[in-house]
Design a binder for this molecule. Structure first.
Ligand SMILES: *Cc1c(COP(=O)(O)O)cnc(C)c1O
Length: 368
């Protein structure tokens, strides 16, 4: 935050202005940030393209590959666990003539690499798999999928907006060619993000989706958001330094919360794998309780239901349905995110409030 403000106040140069000191200073800050982003994911600075966020990164990756590699084939493999920022651009590509195969997740919220392998055809160009699912927090087997893509000569993209800075992630170890990340998911401001684009083994090229001034090596034109980029760099540096301890701390808090809820309430279901899961994510369904009523009783907590439904009615989350949850449980889910600021006292407070609210709703509607 402090760096963000300093940059706003003092570094108003345009990094593209190479003929004066203000421009140089801004360019230096941007390059330092690029180095930090790269280091967090095991990349090199030249492989990082700054964008406005993961949505733009996904669009650039998917459409950029589709347009550049159309001669290779016309088939893309993805999963039914993707965020709209991948699913919708892929639907657009499907309308432009691409074949898009959607692999179905197992009930534990993970896709099986063997099914991806079985879905690949001679005309497959690209595989896109979310790294950590945004509702249920499940971690996908990226290294297995990455290796598969390497063996078959396919380009591998991952939407890692939820995973970067939360779990160890190395683009080389996981065989990732394109990786999208978002600033505001790692405590940087909204409106900044990055796309990792592999330059070696193999070198991946993209058709730019924004053209103009040639910034970002011609891949993403437009004057850079210098304050946002500097803040993203700082967020990546902090995330890298505290990742291991923070992951362990959050895992303990999460397990404490889950254990308390299970001890004090029956009929609590954890949605998605417990083992392959973001340390700060819980997605729970409470038998006999509608999520929108539970949320209405929990306004003191910053929790949400899985679905992006209006609070008035209770749509089941497509992601929970995708992993095979019955509609009643998919409508009864609560997503709880624990993060950097979350303390044990807050977790205990949350547990008390949830236990009371679930108990109350079940007493009001015992037949449900
Ligand atoms: C938040 C999120 C996005 C969108 O990121 P923006 O930076 O807000 O565009 C995309 N994918 C996933 C998995 C996310 O969690």
């Amino acid at each position: 935050m402090e760096r963000f403000q300093t940059v706003l106040r003092e570094h108003f140069g345009n990094p593209a202005s190479s003929n004066h000191a203000y421009g140089w200073a801004a360019a230096r800050l941007v390059e330092e940030a690029r180095e930090e982003v790269a280091q967090l994911i095991g990349a090199t600075a030249r492989e990082i393209i700054f964008t406005s966020g993961a949505t733009e990164s996904n669009n650039l990756a998917l459409k950029g590959v589709a347009e550049r590699y159309a001669k290779r084939g016309d088939h893309i493999v993805t999963t039914n666990l993707e965020h709209e920022a991948v699913a919708v651009p892929l639907a657009q590509l499907a309308r432009r003539g691409w074949q898009v195969s959607t692999v179905t997740s197992a009930p534990d919220g993970r896709v099986d690499p063997a099914i991806i392998a079985a879905t690949v055809t001679d005309s497959t160009v690209l595989v896109s798999v979310i790294a950590a699912q945004n509702e249920i927090g499940t971690l996908q087997p990226l290294p297995e999928i990455g290796n598969l893509c390497k063996d078959l000569g396919l380009i591998f993209h991952t939407d890692a907006a939820q995973a970067v800075g939360k779990i160890e992630l190395d683009v080389n170890r996981a065989g990732i060619d394109l990786l999208s990340l978002s600033g505001h998911k790692i405590y940087a401001p909204k409106g900044v993000g990055a796309l990792y684009v592999r330059r070696k083994n193999p070198r991946v090229t993209l058709e730019p989706q924004l053209s103009g001034g040639g910034q970002e090596r011609g891949l993403r034109a437009g004057t850079l958001n210098v304050p946002g980029i500097v803040a993203l760099g700082e967020a990546c540096r902090l995330a890298r330094l505290e990742l291991a301890t923070e992951a362990e701390r959050l895992l303990k808090l999460r397990n404490h919360l889950l254990n308390r809820l299970r001890e004090e309430l029956g009929g609590v279901h954890l949605n998605g794998s417990v083992e392959h899961r973001l340390p700060g994510n819980l997605n729970l369904s409470f038998e006999g309780v509608m999520a929108h009523r539970l949320l209405a009783a929990l306004t003191m907590l910053a929790v949400s239901s899985s679905s992006a439904c209006s609070s008035a009615d209770s749509q089941a989350s497509p992601i929970l349905l995708a992993i095979g949850l019955p509609v009643e449980l998919a409508r009864a889910s609560l997503r709880i995110g624990l993060g950097r600021g979350t303390t044990e006292a807050e977790v205990d407070f949350a547990a008390e409030k949830i236990v009371a609210a679930v108990g109350q709703l079940r007493r009001e509607n015992p037949t449900n």
